[in-house]
Write a protein that binds this ligand. Structure first.
Ligand code: BES
Ligand code: MN
Ligand code: MN
Length: 462
C-alpha cells in the first residue's frame, strides 16, 4: 500500500469541510427533540459512504434510530473488515461553558494542536473518528488499492446504550460476517506515543429515587421530625464507598479479574506523568481506590460514580423546604468477568436494603454492557501494530481504557470476531464535555494509518 500522505495533502481542505458539514447537524440521540437531525445525519453518512466507494449502502430501520450499512465486496476469498462507528453525539450542555456554539464547528489552534483542532460536539466522539474511515476508504478505492472486502456499520444510538444495534446484530449475523472489526472511538496516549486500546470497561447505569413524605414540607414545621429524602439519599450514596474507596456492595468484587504482578508492572511502563495529569485537571491530588495507581484505577478497576443528583429547591435565593423526593443517576464501570446484569441486581438489592425507615427507595436500571479485553497476539492486533509503525515510526503501546463501548463484547459473542480499537483522540479532547475538539493532525493521521491496517491485515491473512 502506497502512503496516503500526498493524497491527504491534496484533499485535506475538502476532508475538513466535509467533516464540518457533518458536525453541523445536532444528532443528539438522548433528546427526542433532535430526532429529525439524527435521521438527517444518517442520510448524510449514507451519501458519503456511497461517494467514498461503497457498492451498496442502505439505511436499516430498527426499533430506534437507523443503522447506516454499506459494503464493498471485491472478492469472497479475501478477508472482510467490518468498520463500526456512531453518528450520534452526546448532549452539548452546559452550553454557556462552550467558547463557540457546539454545532457551529470552528478550527482553532491549541497548545497540543498547533496545526489546529476542530471544535464541535462529536468532532472526536465519534463523527470525526468515524469519518476518518470513510475518507480512508475513499483513498483506497480512488487509487485502486483496496486490498480486501469492507463493511461499514454506523449506528445512531451508541451514546444511549446501543439497544437497537444489539437487535440488529443478532438478526443479521450473516450479513455482518467478517474477519475483524475495526473501530476508531477511543484515544491514544499522545501524538508522539501511539497506543492501541486493548480493553474497555463494562457499564451498569441506574437511576435511584428516594421518597419521603407525600408532599414538599415546610422545613421549619417538619424539619427534624421526618426523614429528609435528600439527606437520606446522600447518606446512602456516601455509604457505597468505605474509607479506602472500596465499593461496599456485597459481592461487587467477587468476579473481578485481577491482573498478575507481571501484567501490572507492564502496565506501569506506559508513559504517565502524575503532575501533568493533576495540572491538566486543576486538582491538587488524585483520589481513588487504595492500593492502585491512577492508570489502574481508571482502567482495570471497577468504579461507582454519581453522574447527577437532584431534588428540592435550586432556584434563586432560599426556599425553606423538605422535598418529597430525591434522585440520583449512578454509573458503575465494570471490568472483565463482572456481569453487568448481576451487578445491577446486586446494586438494587443492596441499595434497597440500606434504606432507613421513613423513606421508600426505587432503583431503575437503565442500560449496561460487558467489559472487553483483546489479546495482543491476534492477527488484527499485529496488523494494527504494523500500521502504526508505518505511519508513526513507532510501535504502539497496548493500553486498557476506562471508557465503554458495550457493543464490542456483544460483537465477539454474536459475530465471533475480535475488535481492534484504533483510536486517535487525546484525553484532552474533552469528549462529552464543553469545547470538545479533535486535532486536525490526529484526523489526518488516522486517515493515513487506516489503509495500512487494511494492507497488513490482508497480507498477514494469506
Ligand atoms: N467513545 C466513547 C467511549 C470511549 C471513549 C472509550 C474514549 C474509550 C476511550 C463512547 O462514545 C462512550 O461515550 N461510551 C459511553 C457508554 C455508553 C453506553 C453511553 C461511556 O463510556 O460513557
Ligand atoms: Mn464514542
Ligand atoms: Mn461517547
Amino acid at each position: 500500500m502506497k502512503s496516503a500522505k500526498s493524497y491527504i495533502e491534496k484533499n485535506k481542505e475538502r476532508f475538513l469541510d466535509e467533516l464540518v458539514e457533518l458536525l453541523k447537524i445536532p444528532s443528539i440521540s438522548a433528546d427526542s427533540a433532535y430526532k429529525k437531525d439524527v435521521l438527517k445525519t444518517a442520510e448524510a453518512v449514507k451519501k458519503q459512504l456511497a461517494k467514498a466507494g461503497c457498492d451498496s449502502v442502505e439505511i436499516c430501520e430498527t426499533p430506534g434510530y437507523p443503522i447506516v450499512y454499506g459494503e464493498k465486496m471485491i472478492d469472497k476469498k479475501l478477508p472482510t473488515i467490518l468498520v463500526y462507528g456512531h453518528y450520534d453525539v452526546q448532549p452539548p450542555d452546559p452550553l454557556d461553558l462552550w467558547d463557540s456554539p457546539p454545532f457551529e464547528p470552528v478550527i482553532k489552534k491549541t497548545k497540543l494542536h498547533p496545526e489546529g483542532a476542530i471544535f464541535a460536539r462529536g468532532s472526536c466522539d465519534d463523527k470525526g473518528q468515524m469519518y476518518m474511515h470513510v475518507k480512508a476508504l475513499e483513498y483506497m478505492t480512488s487509487t485502486n488499492q483496496l486490498p480486501c472486502n469492507v463493511k461499514f456499520m454506523i449506528e445512531g444510538e451508541e451514546e444511549v446504550g446501543s439497544s437497537s444495534l444489539e437487535w440488529f446484530v443478532t438478526k443479521n449475523r450473516k450479513k455482518l460476517a467478517n474477519d475483524v472489526i475495526l473501530i476508531s472511538d477511543t484515544g491514544m496516549i499522545a501524538k508522539d506515543v501511539p497506543s492501541i486500546t486493548t480493553g474497555l470497561r463494562g457499564l451498569s447505569y441506574v437511576e435511584v429515587e428516594v421518597t419521603g413524605p407525600n408532599r414538599d414540607l415546610h422545613s421549619g414545621l417538619y424539619g427534624g421530625a421526618v426523614a429528609n429524602p435528600i439527606n437520606i439519599l446522600t447518606k446512602m450514596i456516601a455509604s457505597l464507598h468505605d474509607k479506602n474507596n472500596h465499593i461496599t456492595i456485597p459481592g461487587f468484587y467477587d468476579d473481578v479479574q485481577n491482573l498478575s504482578k507481571k501484567e501490572r508492572e507492564k502496565m506501569a511502563e506506559a508513559p504517565f506523568n502524575l503532575k501533568d495529569y493533576e495540572k491538566a485537571l486543576d486538582i491538587d491530588a488524585v483520589y481513588g481506590e487504595k492500593g492502585y495507581s491512577t492508570n489502574e484505577r481508571n482502567s482495570i478497576r471497577p468504579t461507582l460514580d454519581v453522574n447527577g443528583i437532584w431534588g428540592g429547591y435550586i432556584g434563586e435565593g432560599a426556599k425553606t423546604v423538605i422535598a418529597s423526593k430525591a434522585f440520583a443517576k449512578i454509573s458503575m464501570r465494570l471490568v472483565p468477568n463482572q456481569d453487568w446484569k448481576k451487578i445491577t441486581e446486586l446494586f438494587k438489592n443492596h441499595f434497597e436494603s440500606i434504606a432507613p425507615e421513613g423513606v421508600r427507595v426505587k432503583v431503575k436500571p437503565h442500560h449496561g454492557g460487558q467489559a472487553y479485553v483483546t489479546p495482543i497476539d491476534s492477527l488484527g492486533y499485529k496488523a494494527a501494530e504494523k500500521a502504526y509503525e508505518e505511519t508513526f515510526g513507532k510501535t504502539p503501546i497496548p493500553q486498557r481504557s476506562g471508557g465503554s463501548i458495550p457493543i464490542v463484547a456483544l460483537f465477539e459473542k454474536e459475530l465471533k470476531s475480535k475488535t481492534i480499537l484504533m483510536g486517535f483522540g487525546l484525553d484532552s479532547d474533552a469528549i462529552h464535555s464543553p469545547n470538545e475538539h479533535f486535532g486536525v493532525w490526529n484526523y489526518l493521521k488516522g486517515i493515513e494509518t487506516i489503509p495500512q491496517f487494511y494492507h497488513f491485515f490482508t497480507e498477514m491473512s494469506k
